[in-house]
Ligand binder design. Structure first.
Ligand SMILES: [Zn+2]
Length: 257
């Protein structure tokens, strides 16, 4: 096998759920896991674990189970305009409730592109609206937000707080501390396994994207395609089951179920 192929270059092997567990175990041996809100009162070496809920609530649940088992906490940022899941549908809603029961927190994953935000007034207006929706939906206080699909324009909004929400891209959480992210399925900043093993950071934020960690070794693109295919299969099953439950006939080309 060629050592310069993508599999090696982008460490496909590392992005499995089994290795996610290993990553957390390495982290837990040297760090205390805290929430963004605890940042100023931290006393030990700390990690803020952040999930931007992007592709698969089911995989987010798998990861939350691993975290619960190990005894670490995280914040999951929920996008109300995702193309991949619907926060209001029962299965996603139940998963997010379970995450809260595990002692994790929910933040707002804010899609500024949905509104075409042009200035700070727009930003604060829509942040308040979405914060209220999430708070009422889950009956919890929402204290943090993260931008979805950041770009240089959005990163200009680097105050610590907007609309009463802590901004995870404020310098104190982002530029001034260690930062590790698996965005689009590879270690964009530094290989996090190596960074945690080196143990040089005093505090760092880790950003994880659910669909990028699977049971099997896949390329990043195929990891997301698997999420999409699994979801399609699940929806087909849901259609058949629903018709059965309600006693409706399910007509196909050559048979009637
Ligand atoms: Zn996002």
């Amino acid at each position: 096998m060629n050592e310069n192929d993508n599999r090696h270059l982008y460490h496909f092997e590392q992005f499995t759920l089994e290795n996610y567990k290993k990553l957390l175990e390495i982290a837990k041996s040297n760090f205390n896991f805290i929430f963004f809100e605890d940042f100023n009162s931290r006393t030990k070496k700390s990690i803020i674990l952040r999930h931007d809920l992007e592709f698969s609530p089911l995989l987010a649940l798998e990861m939350a189970k691993i975290e619960y088992e190990i005894g670490v906490k995280s914040t999951t940022f929920v996008n109300l305009h995702s193309e991949y899941y619907n926060t209001f549908e029962k299965k996603t809603y139940k998963i997010l409730e379970t995450l809260l029961e595990f002692g994790n927190r929910i933040g707002l994953h804010f899609d500024a592109h949905f509104y075409g935000i042009e200035n700070e007034n727009d930003l604060t207006y829509y942040l308040i609206r979405e914060k209220k929706i999430l708070q009422e939906l889950f009956n919890v206080e929402i204290k943090t937000f993260s931008f979805h699909n950041t770009n240089p324009f959005l990163l200009q909004f680097d105050d610590e707080e907007y609309s009463g929400l802590l901004n995870v891209y404020a310098p104190k959480f982002f530029k001034e501390i260690g930062y590790g992210a698996d965005s689009t399925g590879y270690w964009r900043y530094e290989n996090l396994f190596e960074r945690l093993q080196n143990n040089k950071d005093d505090v760092l934020q880790i950003l994880i994207h659910d669909g990028m960690w699977q049971k099997e070794v896949l390329s990043p693109r195929q990891r997301i395609f698997k999420v999409i295919d699994d979801n399609a299969a699940m929806l087909k099953k849901y259609y058949d089951t629903t018709l059965k439950v309600f006693g409706a006939i399910n007509i196909d080309w050559d048979r009637i179920v």
